[in-house]
Design a protein around this ligand. Structure first.
Ligand code: MN
Length: 490
């Protein structure tokens, strides 16, 4: 079996690494590069094929400069679930040290376009792979080529092929960089603008326009203030957006009246610059949708400048889109009072506690509350079924205040405990986003001790949030972020 070696090397009672199980192939194969601070820092380069991750250990950071060929030592296959693994492998275990995700995305096997098409496995057997990577750092065509003759037979070279995504290293030119670069190239750097117009942004940041436009006219809040809000909240918000297909709620003219455009954008316009990462996914209607990935502050602020007020994100990440990493209980008051929402939230907290689940709570930013639970157990169907069972227990305890009834008419004045959003393709507002309603309210993390009848969700808004965050000693969602979003870039 492909994962036998992987299994042999590890004690799964001790290491947090995923078990040796093959995974469900993704619709579009994925790649990941993990920065592995083991006894010696290296980068593990992995490509999905045949339900596992074909893997190479690269002693130096992969380069986007075709002149910088990287040694890549072919190592044992890893399970597909390894693609989202980040954490610490304990002392004494194989590979002891920390693992961070350095880059990830999808790839195309370019061998399929050859006169004699080959699969990835066939390419490995033949000693040559060519693929186009769609990551954040690694983009465009790459090759992995087995070195012949000298050395061990598992020594390969990882090479950036020449194309418009190639980026000669800074301060070097072409061949000279092979000597000069190794110690200094902490990160890949775009080429000079005259050669790489598309890369200009990375150094120049986002250009902001119409900063004086009133986005929340009732509150006197300008676009400049919205941008400043997202700039400041970015470091807290990004872990909940990164690598999750996002839907954007765009109001380019702000909330000004019923005529103002207000639309939900799933497909990323082709006119957006090519440094805005996208992931191409089939829609339920069979069309392809280029979802945007909000992976760094420049991505976030560019989209805000385009008039996005609210970001909605999937429950799963590109590494494993079929498996959510949290479960959402959306408590929607409808005709009920907010006091009832509070009662239902507290009952749900008790039910989850009995279940041994750690629950986190935030305002939705509108009238409801969101209860979030980290999820590692399975796919969306399993997550939703589990959530449904717990929701039913809440309804049993509070039949007059809670319901799982889908029909609005039948809910009456009861709080709807909505678990149906735990489904592939659905999305929810992450913590810290602004809502497109008067008051510029924010989806705000809460301590459970604050979930009392006098809680007023409107208190948490663009103007008050940072004061609150400065006062809170501890992030109420600490413990959720590591499960749902790996840490930000170092
Ligand atoms: Mn490694």
């Amino acid at each position: 079996m492909a994962l036998e070696k992987y299994k042999e090397k590890r004690d799964f009672h001790t290491t947090p690494e995923p078990p040796a199980r093959p995974g469900q192939p993704h619709r579009k194969p994925i790649f990941v590069v993990q920065e592995h601070h083991a006894s010696r820092l290296h980068y593990d380069f992995r490509l999905e094929a045949d339900g596992v991750l074909k893997s190479w250990a690269v002693p130096k950071e992969p380069s986007t400069d075709p002149a910088n060929k990287r040694l890549a030592v072919h190592v044992e296959d890893h399970p597909l679930a390894y693609a989202s693994f980040a954490g610490t492998i304990p002392e004494g275990q194989y590979g002891a040290g920390t693992v961070e995700i350095w880059d990830s995305g999808t790839f195309d096997n370019l061998l399929t376009e050859k006169p004699v098409p080959q699969t990835v496995a066939e390419g490995i057997a033949a000693g040559r792979l060519e693929f186009a990577l769609h990551g954040k750092k690694l983009r465009g065509r790459f090759a992995l080529i087995r070195m012949s003759g000298k050395g061990r037979k598992d020594n390969w070279l990882l090479i950036k092929m020449k194309d418009e995504m190639a980026r000669p290293e800074a301060g070097t030119n072409g061949r000279a960089s092979r000597k000069a670069a190794p110690q200094r190239q902490a990160r890949s750097t775009p080429a000079p603008p005259q050669r790489r117009p598309a890369a200009k942004h990375a150094k120049e940041g986002v250009t902001f326009t119409n900063l004086d436009k009133l986005m929340y006219p009732e509150d006197g809040i300008t676009k400049g203030e919205v941008i400043e809000f997202y700039r400041r909240i970015g470091p807290r918000l990004l872990p909940y957006l990164r690598d999750r297909p996002a839907t954007l709620e765009r109001l380019p003219e702000g909330l000004d009246g019923a005529q103002a455009p207000h639309f939900w954008q799933k497909n990323t316009p082709a006119s957006y610059p090519d440094w805005i990462p996208r992931v191409e996914l089939p829609s339920e209607q069979g069309k392809t949708v280029n979802y945007v990935l909000v992976n760094d502050l420049d991505n976030l602020l560019y989209l805000v400048n385009q008039g996005t007020l609210t970001f909605h994100a999937w429950f799963s990440r590109v590494e494993d889109l079929d498996r959510p990493d949290f479960v959402l209980f959306d408590l929607d008051p409808g005709q009920a009072t907010f006091g009832d929402v509070v009662t239902v939230a507290n009952e749900l907290y008790e039910v989850l506690k009995e279940e041994g689940s750690k629950a986190y709570v935030k305002t939705s930013g509108k009238t409801g509350l969101h209860v979030l639970v980290p999820w590692k157990e399975g796919d969306y169907d399993e997550a939703r079924a589990w959530a449904q069972r717990l929701a039913e227990r809440v309804v049993e305890a509070l039949p007059d205040q809670a319901t799982t009834e889908r029909s609005k008419a039948k809910r009456g004045r009861r709080v709807y405990v909505d678990v149906l959003q735990n489904a592939r393709g659905h999305h929810a507002v992450p913590p810290y986003v602004l809502r497109a309603v008067p008051g510029a309210t924010v989806s705000a993390p809460l301590r459970w001790s604050e979930v009392t009848p006098d809680l007023d969700p409107a208190r948490f808004n663009l103007k008050t949030l940072f004061r609150r965050l400065a006062r809170l000693k501890r992030d109420p969602l600490a413990g959720l972020a590591p499960a749902t979003g790996r840490r930000g870039k170092k």
